[in-house]
Design a protein around this ligand. Structure first.
Ligand code: SF4
Length: 351
């Protein structure tokens, strides 16, 4: 029976109000539950101090307050922490905390959220892709990662607060669009975590209908596209989804996102020997010409079983210079968490 109770972490205040109405409880209880669960990240009904025991019991009979259970945690010296969470049905997912340093107070803490257990896209360089697809996560399981992590971190630092959320963990967000969007909106709520939409970024392997939907929703969530190559021939090999949504369609959708949101797009390129040639630099520059774009180069991480090889430092530098010379804004992603396997393409629900 407990399986049929709606997950508190996935409900808006209006949805909670319906539950309260159904339970014969005053409507203001909905706001209180929302503030406790989404805003203060409590994980137990008993922590909701301004709700009497009888009302808490009535709510608990209708609603599940079941945060993802942290079963393992590892911390790297650079502040990166990786959490393995177990979901109600036993599936495990990973969530990563980055850019967090207690001595820098709470000004910045970025959480990388998973949206699916496993992933169906199967990018060859990605550990998650090699797991295969397990299942979609619900909105409550997506917000729940951030809330459970916050509850855990507040035991170490009472002021802990997440400032930025990136949907870049396990899974393809645009293959789980509705729960992803709902989770983003819940995290954005002023009475919830109050994370600005402009402080959220969603990363896609290039699902064109998803990019168009995000553009149409005009949420101001940032868009990052895993580009990885400037030609269809090479991108077909690195991102299998390119065969379904080739570069011309991908670029047209990104153009639509820019037109409707006024935001620039981040294009990610994981540096390998194959995609750092001068031909590829020229092709990438031609693709992005005239588009408000930012290119983020990612030093590829060693994943067991991956066939991609890193370019030499000189080749990587030459590639970067060539893109910049052609007028693109280029940054190199800082390598964080590599030693605990929490970097992009390394999440695989095991430590
Ligand atoms: S890189 Fe992203 S889209 Fe590709 S297999 Fe990994 S999780 Fe899926």
């Amino acid at each position: 029976m407990s399986n049929h109770r709606a997950d508190v972490y996935g409900l808006s205040e209006a949805e909670l109000a319906e539950v309260c109405l159904d339970a014969g409880l005053p409507a203001f209880r909905a706001r209180q539950v929302f503030e406790w669960a989404q805003g203060r990240a409590v994980t137990e009904w008993a922590e909701m101090k301004n709700i009497g025991a009888a009302d808490r019991d009535a709510l608990a009979a209708r609603l599940a307050l079941k945060p993802p259970e942290p079963v393992r945690e590892s911390a790297a010296p650079d502040g990166t922490r990786k959490f393995l969470f177990r979901l109600e049905d036993g599936e495990t997912i990973e969530t990563v905390l980055m850019d967090y340093h207690k001595d820098r107070s709470r000004s910045r803490a970025t959480v990388c959220l998973s949206v699916q257990a496993g992933c169906a896209v199967g990018c060859p360089f990605c550990a998650t892709g090699r797991m295969g697809f397990r299942r979609d996560l619900s909105a409550g399981e997506i917000t729940g990662q951030l809330l459970a992590l916050t509850a855990r971190m507040r035991r170490l630092d009472a002021d802990f607060h997440v400032s930025n959320a990136v949907f870049m963990g396990m899974g393809e967000p645009f293959y789980n669009m509705t729960p992803f969007l709902k989770a983003a909106r819940l995290l954005n709520e002023a009475r919830g975590q109050n994370i600005g939409m402009r402080r959220m970024t969603v990363s896609t392997s290039g699902v064109v209908p998803g990019i168009l939907r995000l553009a149409a929703e005009n949420t101001q969530i940032g868009l990052a596209v895993s580009l990885h190559a400037g030609t269809d021939e090479l991108r077909d090999k690195i991102v299998p989804l390119n065969r379904k949504y080739p570069l011309a369609a991908l670029m047209a959708a990104c153009g639509e996102y820019v037109r409707l949101t006024g935001r620039r797009v981040t294009f990610e390129i994981a540096l390998t020997r194959e995609n750092t040639t001068e031909t590829q630099a020229r092709a990438v520059a031609a693709l992005l010409r005239g588009m408000p774009a930012h290119v983020n180069l990612i030093p590829i991480n060693a994943v067991a079983g991956s066939t991609a090889e890193r370019p030499s430092p000189a080749k990587a530098a030459a590639f970067r210079q060539e893109l910049a010379r052609r007028g693109l804004t280029v940054t190199v992603r800082e390598e964080k968490g590599g030693d605990i396997e929490a970097a992009c393409g390394q999440l695989q629900a095991g430590f």
